[in-house]
Design a protein around this ligand. Sequence first.
Ligand code: WQD
Length: 338
Amino acid sequence: MKILVTGGAGYIGSHTCVALIQAGFTPVIADNFSNSHPLAISRIEAITGTRPESHNCDIADPDAMREILQSHKFAAAIHFAGVKAVGRSVSEPLETYRENVAGSLSLLQSLKAGGITRLIFSSSATVYGGAEQMPIPENAQVQPTNPYGHSKAMVEQILQDLAAAEPDWGIGVLRYFNPVGAHKSGEIGEDPQGIPDNLFPYVSQVAVGRREKLQVFGDDYETPDGTGVRDYIHVMDLAEGHVAALKTCLQSDGLFAVNLGTGQGSSVLEIIKAFEATSGRSVPYEITDRRPGDVGTSYADPAKAREMIGFEAKRDLTQMCRDAWNWQQRNPTGYSNQ
Ligand code: WQD
């Protein structure tokens, strides 16, 4: 079965392409490489022995999408393409809404014209904003606190209205918590452009000597050690979660939304300790002020994903750190300058 994968050369997309191939699916990538590297496609081939067909195009280009959709009979689409930097979404909201909302809307119109009514959408736990209830269930209030989160919630609303108007669609909305790590081969991994926003890649770059020290954004939260607690999930668990969701969406009409997380929370200091233990390197840090917009604690209730799509994360924090470190050591500057 052929699966259209938008943003398939990106961090989550490339890992999902590996999981799709290993599950017997055939991914076809549509990516404009604005936040990904063509080398990732060769690395997917190195891991699986299969080189996915890839098209350098924008999902908001109806002609380009029509050409791809007419050249294959796709069973479904998995939609990753978009921008995900929270901070930049605050300073550049129009870019975020153009890429994430207008882009998704254009893609949906292309899929509909192409006769595809099976879709997996890459959403985010950021739609929950500052949830009070921990762990966070899927029926928690959707109350984003930044333009990135609003953009994901808007696309979720579009999908809910589409599913209500056209019952023959099968749609899976996947709310990621904190994806980290890399495929165990170290061939593919997280390759942030410039200074990493996220904790794991920053810690990894300190450990490999690319950055001097980590700023810990606040140690006065209501958490066991005062630093922020998050639900980190191995990116290969996340990728396998997409395959599980795809299988469900291929078999049933209607829309479902599930969290993809482990249900476990880890603090910033616990991540530093785990990374040092796994890499054997020290990760110097200093405590600084809180980062605006951060919440103290966020971790998933994973029960619905287990019951509905038979998914449960199985890789632990040590594996997340080990695989992140292996990727970092093998690719000190990511995909560029290879
Ligand atoms: C994790 C913890 C920080 C960096 C974001 C997006 C979310 C998703 C994942 C796209 C927090 C602390 C971080 C640093 C630090 N992205 N931290 N020093 O903010 O939970 O989620 O990325 O879908 O939408 O919101 O992840 O890795 O940025 O932060 O102390 O240099 O690490 O305060 O407690 P976050 P993160």
